[in-house]
Design a protein around this ligand. Sequence first.
Ligand SMILES: *Cc1c(COP(=O)(O)O)cnc(C)c1O
Length: 233
Amino acid sequence: MISNNIVDIKERIKSAALKAGRDISEIVIIAACKNRNTEQIKEVIDSGIVNIGENRVQEALLKYNQLLTIDHRPSTVRWHMIGHLQTNKVKQAVEIFDLIQTVDSFELAKEIDKRANQINKIQRILIEVKTSSEATKTGILPGETENLVQQVLNLPNLKLEGLMTVAPLVDDPEKTRPYFRKLRELKINIDRLPATGDRLTILSMGMSDDFEIAIEEGSTMIRLGRAIFEGVK
Ligand SMILES: *Cc1c(COP(=O)(O)O)cnc(C)c1O
């Protein structure tokens, strides 16, 4: 059951945080809901997780609207874009997402800024970094991240809040550690830039197989799909 899975997950978060000397209040759970239906999402929300992650704008819109009709507390739910965002989907994306986690080019950032401006919104975003050299992964290269940060800070309708990464698939979760560490170090370097100061507060990293490692490396936002919906340990 979803609610039992979430109880287990919270215990594991607590242990990982304790091990790392961190406070659990620093760690937010995002339910990664791609390919899950609205009933399942409702169960997640009823279990106390109000941050919903989606990978595709179309699928998110559908569930967003379905949820409005069955859930009496829609305003408590926060939607996160965690999949690659195409420029031609930005207009719809800014209408529903509280946090777009996958900004990986200045072109995309400019389009989000423009569309947000049209609806009088300040759009919260994260920059997605490709911390591994795996060819299939999206995200900006670590060496280009500082430059994109500087560019994004000049766009008035965006609020940059942190960095996101997806670790490569590995047989042993421990092997993801270097990628999470790389993202944390990148954030430390960006925090030193005069223009950014302490603006970046979010490190979105860690999924069902590796969230404990990510928490040890400083994650403040873990994105869980299979652990929530399938009880994967
Ligand atoms: C699917 C997905 C997740 C969750 O993956 P699980 O392994 O099911 O926890 C997290 N982040 C992104 C970007 C995803 O696409």
